[in-house]
Each structure stands twice: as C-alpha cells, then as structure tokens.
Ligand binder design. Structure first.
Ligand code: ADP
Length: 240
C-alpha cells in the first residue's frame, strides 16, 4: 500500500484553544476517508494545514513521502472543494469561466468540457454561476477541482444547504471518482449514514483523533458510534 498522506503528531494551537492535539494518521492511495466530528472539532484547521494555508503547526505533514514545508509541488495533485460558496445572482462568470480559472495548462482546454460532462453539467456551461441551484453550483466546484487531473480530492462538508436529490447525485459522483478513476478522497461530513455507505476508512476527530481505521470497524462498534452521537448532541445543545 502506498501511503500518500502521512500526518504525524499534528498540533495546532490558537490563542484560546488547542484546535488539534497530537493527531496522527495516514491515507493510502485509493482510500476513501470520511472525517467525522462535531463543529469546532478541528476539521477545517486540519484541511487548512494540509493545504499549506496554516503553517503554524507542530508535528509533520507529508504528501507523497515529502514534508510539505519543503515543497509546494504536492498541491498540483490536490483538488479541493470548499464548503459551498455563495454567488450573487449576477456574478459575471459562466460555469465554463469558473472551471477555466483553475486550469493550469491551457493546452488541456478540452478537459473543461470533459469534466462538465462527467458531472452532468455540460448543458449549463454558458449559464452564469449565480443562476444555478446549490446542487448545480456544488458540481461546478467539483469540476473545478478535477480539471487538472488531481490524484487526491479533498472536500470540506460539501452538502450543507443542498437538496436531497442533489446530495444523492453528489454521493454517486464521489463513489464513481473513487472506484473508477481511483482518485483518493478525503471528505469531512456530518452525515454518519453517508460516511457508512461511501467511505472505506473513517477518522473520528474531536481535537484529538479518537478513532482511525476501516469504516466497518467503526460502524460495528456501537460504543464508538454512541460516543460520536453524544459528542455531536452536546455540541448541538451548546449551539441552541
Ligand atoms: P471544524 O471545522 O471542525 O468546525 P475548526 O477547525 O473550524 O473546526 O475550529 C476548531 C477550533 O479552533 C474552534 O474552537 C474554533 O473556534 C477555533 N479556531 C478556528 N480557526 C481559528 C482561528 N483562525 N483563530 C482562532 N481560533 C480558531
């Protein structure tokens, strides 16, 4: 098994809070990893650190065997889908423009149509991004992340505020990208059922990593699932 991501004793301290505390795990090529954890668990901090956006951390992060502090080359192999950004209705860019902006090599322009087709949004190519539904916009952002043929796709809570039908389509697209194109997926989600159905590995994060392993091992362990549910319930009550 080829380890393409290795996180070792990752600790991130903000002035008031330790967002990540000695987090260690690795991801093998072809894995579909679901990262679950309540709000404030450190998921965004983890992604920001992996993407080189947060450099104030202790411990180490390696992609393809190389420390990310030494070279940013690994970023070319990553497609990142952020939490759903919201566009003004009149934002002056079409779907094709949005995907084109990410294209690194102009000689691969045909890749734009290819990814739009793959995500079932080809017929929307000339529409303004702001006119699209949340689910359609989300697929545009996946297309944008895929246009440079990345080996790894990182997605941060990407179904918030999207209708059920679009969520189902989104999940089937993720499944296909992983199984047919062998893209390694690292995906944070609140949806335990979806993680159970899609991911083959689970990382359960709440500042510390309290589980990492194959997903069956997590979901067959009632005690762990219960702990997670309690953690998310407390966090829910905290906010309401
Ligand atoms: P999640 O994505 O799981 O909701 P975050 O990584 O956003 O978690 O946040 C983890 C903790 O770190 C939270 O307590 C949050 O308030 C805090 N935090 C996140 N970003 C910052 C920051 N830039 N400065 C200070 N505290 C932060």
């Amino acid at each position: 098994m080829l380890k393409i991501v290795e996180i070792d004793h990752l600790t991130v301290k903000y002035p008031d809070v330790k967002a990540l505390d000695e987090v260690s795990f690795s991801v093998n090529k072809g894995d579909f990893l679901g990262i679950i954890g309540p709000n404030g668990a450190g998921k965004s901090t983890l992604f920001a650190s992996m993407l080189g956006l947060n450099t104030k951390y202790e411990g180490s992060i390696k992609f393809f065997g190389q420390d990310i502090r030494k070279s940013k080359d690994y970023l070319k192999q990553i497609g990142y889908v952020p939490q759903k950004p919201i566009f003004e209705k009149n934002f002056p860019a079409t779907v094709k423009d949005i995907v084109h902006m990410s294209l690194r090599d102009e000689s691969n322009k045909n890749k734009i149509d290819e990814v739009l087709q793959q995500l079932w949004i080809h017929e929307l190519g000339n529409r303004r991004i702001g006119e699209l539904s949340g689910g359609q916009q989300q697929r545009v952002f996946i297309a944008k992340a895929l246009v440079n043929d990345p080996q790894i796709l990182i997605l941060d809570e990407p179904v918030t505020g999207i209708d059920q039908q679009s969520i189902e389509l989104f999940y089937s697209i993720l499944r296909e990208l992983n199984s047919k194109q062998k893209i390694t997926i690292i995906w944070s989600s609140h949806d335990l059922d979806a993680v159970n159905q899609l991911a083959n590995h689970v990382a359960c994060l709440n500042r510390t990593l309290f589980f990492h392993g194959v997903s069956d091992e997590f979901f067959e362990n009632d005690e762990l699932v219960k702990q997670y549910s309690e953690a998310s319930m407390q966090e829910h009550m905290h906010h309401h």
